[in-house]
Write a protein that binds this ligand. Structure first.
Ligand SMILES: C[S@@+](CC[C@H](N)C(=O)[O-])C[C@H]1O[C@@H](n2cnc3c(N)ncnc32)[C@H](O)[C@@H]1O
Length: 226
């Protein structure tokens, strides 16, 4: 998969993909990530990319021209163009899974007050990473890239993400490692019983228990995971 990011702050992405699983995915050519400065596409002699909003109001608004031109330059017939915006569809693991099957993503990061509404005409989808407002789309882009990359075939083992939280509308089950007792806290005996049928049943029960307690909305199936 190829991912192109359009941002006003490319340095924010320095080092973010240079460790662990994402680093390995890049060096194994399973994902290619390119960071583009929106300013490089500006036709303005001073590389201006934003201006004040029509009708008045606070903040600066990202102009159409640099974004339209950047999308035209990068887009192919296999591209999916995503605008990061608090007003977009709420990002969920199911969306991450679907996006991980795409060939090419172009992520557009807004900043300041936001972007000219007409930019929406060159995007395929709008995504919000949560009901809060960040200073820019850079952190949302990083979150999307990270969550998608681990789901690309060959990056991690399928078994590793198949039991992750949000699969089957459930949160993950509790896990433990050595030692068996730490400061008086014991590992549940079923996990050292060697009985895999019982262990699987216990894990399923715990998944349901923690989901009921922390995220009952997932069990109702009205959350986009069904
Ligand atoms: C300060 S925000 C603009 C907020 C905008 N005035 C609004 O209320 O919807 C600047 C940029 O950060 C990004 N952003 C902020 N919060 C986000 C979120 N929850 N999800 C995705 N992108 C976000 C978007 O690209 C947005 O254009």
């Amino acid at each position: 998969m190829k991912i192109d990011v359009l941002t006003l702050f490319p340095d924010m992405f320095n080092n973010i993909f240079s460790e662990s699983i994402i680093k390995r995915a890049i060096s194994n050519n399973l994902v290619e990530i390119n960071i583009h400065n929106i300013r490089d596409y500006s036709k303005d002699p001073h590389k201006k990319v934003d201006d004040t909003p029509y009708g008045g109001g606070a903040g600066m608004v990202l102009m159409c021209q640099p974004i339209f031109d950047a999308v035209k330059a990068l887009k192919t017939e296999n591209s999916k163009v995503i605008l990061l915006t608090p007003g977009g569809t709420l990002y969920k693991q199911k969306i991450a899974f679907n996006l991980s099957k795409e060939k090419h993503l172009i992520l557009i990061c807004g900043h300041y007050e936001g972007f000219d509404e007409r930019i929406k005409t060159v995007v395929d989808t709008e995504i919000s990473i949560g009901d809060y407002v960040l200073t820019g789309g850079e952190i949302p882009a990083m979150i999307i890239i990270d969550s998608i990359t681990r789901l690309i075939d060959g990056v991690i083992r399928k078994e590793s993400y198949e039991s992750d939280s949000f699969t089957d509308n459930l949160l993950d089950y509790p896990t433990y490692t050595k030692p068996r007792v730490y400061e008086g806290l014991e590992v549940p005996s079923v996990l050292i019983s060697g009985d895999h049928k019982k262990i699987n049943e216990w894990r399923r029960e715990k998944q349901i228990e923690v989901t009921k307690k922390n995220r009952p909305d997932l069990l109702k199936g009205d959350n986009g995971y069904e």
